[in-house]
Design a protein around this ligand. Structure first.
Ligand SMILES: Nc1nc2c([nH]c(=O)n2[C@H]2C[C@H](O)[C@@H](COP(=O)(O)OP(=O)(O)OP(=O)(O)O)O2)c(=O)[nH]1
Ligand SMILES: [Mg+2]
Length: 134
């Protein structure tokens, strides 16, 4: 079994909307909507990796103290088992923009169900509804 550690974040705006990004079609799970984040590079701590990914993918600067653990996904894909901590963050510098051509959307937690997400992500939605309301 190959265990893959991926870090992801729910960025939350002043209207309690969450940012999702559409995966490029040529990638695994292409076209599905995901929480921003990615794989750790060697030697990185999870929070460092997330801060790097948010700079690369969205062009925003996040301080480590503004990342709080929310929940996690544990899901068996055919080729690997994904373990994905989901952080929550309400404070950052800059305006999230698509740095890698991915579509971005701010959505209320309940509306996440209207966007096809990877199967690992679906069990994470109730935690967001609990925290932020529908
Ligand atoms: N970022 C993110 N990845 C997710 C989510 N749900 C989910 O199953 N994944 C999976 C898809 C991929 O197999 C893996 C993340 O890989 P990735 O390709 O996005 O990693 P990365 O951002 O580091 O990009 P790259 O270096 O491969 O280009 O985690 C999610 O909500 N967010
Ligand atoms: Mg990524």
């Amino acid at each position: 079994m190959h265990l893959l550690l991926v870090v992801a974040v729910a960025l939350v705006d002043a209207d309690s909307r969450v940012l999702i990004a559409q995966r490029p079609v040529h990638k695994a799970l292409g076209g599905l909507w995901e929480f921003p984040g990615g794989k750790l590079e060697s030697g990185e701590r999870p929070e460092q990796a997330l801060i790097r990914e948010l700079d690369e993918e969205l062009g925003i600067a996040v301080q480590e103290a503004c990342l709080a653990p929310l929940t996690f996904a544990s899901y068996g894909y055919p080729d690997m088992h994904l373990l994905m901590p989901l952080y929550i963050c309400r404070r950052w510098e800059g305006q999230p923009q698509s740095r890698e051509g991915q579509a971005l959307k701010w959505v209320r937690p309940r509306a996440l169900r209207d966007y096809p997400m990877p199967p690992a992500d679906e069990p994470l939605i109730p935690a967001l509804i609990d925290l932020l309301g529908p």
